[in-house]
Design a binder for this molecule. Structure first.
Ligand SMILES: C[S@@+](CC[C@H](N)C(=O)[O-])C[C@H]1O[C@@H](n2cnc3c(N)ncnc32)[C@H](O)[C@@H]1O
Length: 205
């Protein structure tokens, strides 16, 4: 096979995967729009931007909460995070199975991010380099948002998390949740335009 034919085959495979991802995503959105928060997966440009914000020390893992079709996970792999250091959590069994089939070597857990203390194996408690959240937390009442913050804090004390969102302003009322907030990225190269926010436990003055 010539180099040109190999490139064409790779491009066709990528397009086929994008169509399959979009179809699965849209089907899940029809089933539960509040859980999905969007009708289509994140763009590759935006996924790369998120991946550029991730830190992972030698004995740490990156934890992705609400991995969907795995577009962010793939960007993390492409950015150099080794598969064995990636732990992704997805609540919908069909999507978790899909992630297992397309992301060999990545630890895929089918479970609820709000129960992180119980679903994340104990060997990674206190060893999370970055936690990334794709769950549409903005749609939830304050009490649920508080539960999420507490769940992350239980396995990664003091770390906080990255949250990607389509909101123009902070999707979380961070003051009420005892968090500091910083918008780390914004890109129009996503439909709709999207931002990444970093939330950390508020520093005592
Ligand atoms: C906006 S989508 C993630 C999109 C992903 N970046 C992509 O482009 O494919 C949010 C995902 O979070 C999952 N999710 C929602 N609530 C969850 C929970 N409590 N625990 C784990 N995953 C959850 C949904 O099933 C959905 O796949």
């Amino acid at each position: 096979m010539s180099a040109g034919m190999a490139t064409d085959a790779a491009t066709r495979a990528r397009r086929a995967r994008q169509v399959a991802n979009a179809t699965l995503f849209f089907r899940r959105w029809l089933a539960n729009p509040l859980q999905m928060g969007s009708v289509i997966p994140s763009s590759r440009t935006f996924s790369r931007r998120i991946a550029s914000l991730v830190a992972c020390g030698p004995d740490e893992v990156v934890v992705e909460l609400g991995a969907g079709t795995g577009v962010i996970t793939r960007a993390l792999l492409a950015a150099g995070v080794p598969a064995e250091k990636l732990v992704v959590l997805e609540i919908v069994p069909e999507m978790a199975n899909h992630l297992r089939s397309v992301l060999p070597g990545v630890t895929v857990i089918c479970g609820d991010a709000f129960e992180l203390h119980d679903v994340l194996p104990g060997r990674w408690h206190g060893k999370v380099g970055t936690a990334i959240c794709g769950i549409p937390l903005v749609m939830l009442p304050l009490e649920q948002q508080r539960r999420f913050v507490t769940a992350v804090e239980a396995v990664a004390p003091g770390l906080g998390f990255l949250l990607y969102t389509y909101c123009i302003t902070s999707p979380l009322p961070y003051g009420k949740l005892g968090l500091d907030a910083r918008r780390e990225a914004w890109t129009p190269m996503n439909f709709p335009p999207a931002s990444v926010w970093r939330y950390q436990p508020a520093r005592q003055q």
